[in-house]
Write a protein that binds this ligand. Sequence first.
Ligand code: FMN
Length: 282
Amino acid sequence: MVSRRTFLRLFSLATLISLASLIGIPLSYRRRSRVLLEERIYGGVEYSVKGSLVYLPMPSLDGDTSVERALANRRSIREYTDAPITLHELSQILWAAYGVTETRYGFKTTPSAGATYPLEVYAVIGRNGVATPEGGFMEPGSYKYDPYSHTLRIVKKGDLIRDLYESALEQEWILEAPVNLVFTAVFERTTKRYGKRGERYVWIEVGHASQNVYLQATAMGLATVAIGAFYDDRIKMIIGASENERVLYMMTLARPSKAYELQEESLYIYITNNRESLKAKE
Ligand SMILES: Cc1cc2nc3c(=O)[nH]c(=O)nc-3n(C[C@H](O)[C@H](O)[C@H](O)COP(=O)(O)O)c2cc1C
């Protein structure tokens, strides 16, 4: 027979174990299965460079910031530290911009009219701009993102950031960012289905992709600003885009000097004051 004391001890141990299985074990199980998956796919190698191809680390599907908080804290940020961004961060941002979220047809993070996906994404990486897991840096240059294999392919080598800056009205933040994203589009993918109206759909889609970058950057504590003021053809030449692509939009990617955070109280006061003046007008 077990004594009452031993029974109580065993009982509390059992309670602890079942609590742990409720919170701890599923989490570590999830982490473990991700590692196993990575080992199966990559043979344990997180990322690799093979010739002109960069196999990016897998994107994470979980984060610590809610969508609401990312929306509240999203701001165009133009002042940066000198620190590089990491390859993991770049991988995550590219996936957020235009990565695959459905594995039957290859649908993506952005909605797309008729799933025609006209956009292409380039990452223009400056010297010492992107830190690799083994302590080095990615080769500077213009890289094109392939969402389907989650890889980058180098299109043009060399530090092209100053050229981008000069072709975008010398906006300082472009020069100071370790990475600049450039969105281009092959309009025909969408216009051959929707005619002239398809052009509108392409412009709308790049807005979706850009907002994804803003929110993902905010959630990760990174900084970005959308850039619409530039000479299209000069940027196209600098990044080495194909003849059938048109440059639509750019975004910086950097570490902010100071992150923005919306205080709930200030929003409350702002809305309340506006309600007061609305009431006064009635
Ligand atoms: C289509 C578009 C083009 C923009 N072009 C530039 C630009 O060339 N340079 C820049 O510094 N900001 C640019 N911005 C960012 C806006 O200045 C910014 O969104 C606006 O001031 C509101 O600030 P917020 O993004 O922090 O809310 C652009 C934004 C949009 C939507």
